[in-house]
Design a binder for this molecule. Structure first.
Ligand code: C5P
Length: 208
């Protein structure tokens, strides 16, 4: 059985958690596509001694290995920034396309979360969600996560970081972040993540 669930949305809206939960409930494979861009960003920085060169980023994306994804701290603020910088490059996106499409079509079902899953990677996904929340709620969630990890930062700095990244993700010309016409909106500003998972699971059940 092939069944693809696409989840897109801005940073810290809850799509990662929702994707993981849905994958668990339906026994689908899960791909957090942001990890691919984070790994490409950090490896490009490493090879370029702190500088992101577009040609190098494309080459890195073309031969990304499993261990690249495991060896870096992909959750750091540096990784987020580097990811969104390499993600504007069409060659990088092209290099990562096939891997994501093959993953989406795997036997047994797949959940992919990212920015362009419903629009570019899997336009024919069986179910699509666009997960969002207010800037303040997203910044507070990310701030609490970072605090738990012991990172020293402020709510204001986190909010600014998110807004800069959202603007870059939504404003780029290749595969910008946008809600697909046929995506169901899940606004987690006032909806708990658990309630969002429940709504999403109901829709998936209906379509299966
Ligand atoms: O989702 P996450 O915050 O891990 O993604 C990091 C960055 O990777 C995003 O800000 C975005 O620039 C990029 N990305 C993307 N397309 C995806 C997933 C992530 O452009 N499908």
């Amino acid at each position: 059985m092939q069944f693809t669930v696409a989840l897109d949305g801005p940073a810290a809206a809850g799509k990662g958690t929702i994707a993981r939960e849905l994958a668990k409930q339906f026994k689908f494979a899960h791909l957090d596509t942001g990890m691919l861009y984070r790994a490409v960003g950090l490896k490009t920085l490493e090879q370029g001694h702190g500088i992101i060169d577009p040609a190098r980023a494309a080459a890195v994306a073309g031969k990304l290995q499993d261990h690249d994804i495991q060896r870096f701290d992909l959750r750091s603020a540096m990784a987020s920034r580097a990811a969104s910088k390499v993600a504007v490059l069409p060659e990088v996106r092209k290099a990562l396309l096939d891997f994501q499409r093959v993953f989406a079509k795997r036997e047994g079902g797949a959940v992919l979360d990212g920015r362009d899953i419903g629009t570019v990677i899997c336009p024919d996904a069986e179910v699509k969600f666009y997960v969002t929340a207010s800037d303040e709620v997203r910044a507070m969630r990310r701030f609490k996560e970072l605090e738990k990890q012991g990172a020293e930062t402020s709510l204001e700095a986190v909010l600014m970081d998110l807004q800069i990244r959202d603007a870059r993700d939504s404003g780029r010309s290749t595969a910008p972040l946008t809600q697909a016409d046929d995506a169901v909106l899940l606004d987690t500003t006032d909806l708990s993540i658990d309630a969002a998972v429940e709504q999403a699971a109901m829709l998936i059940n209906k379509k299966m």
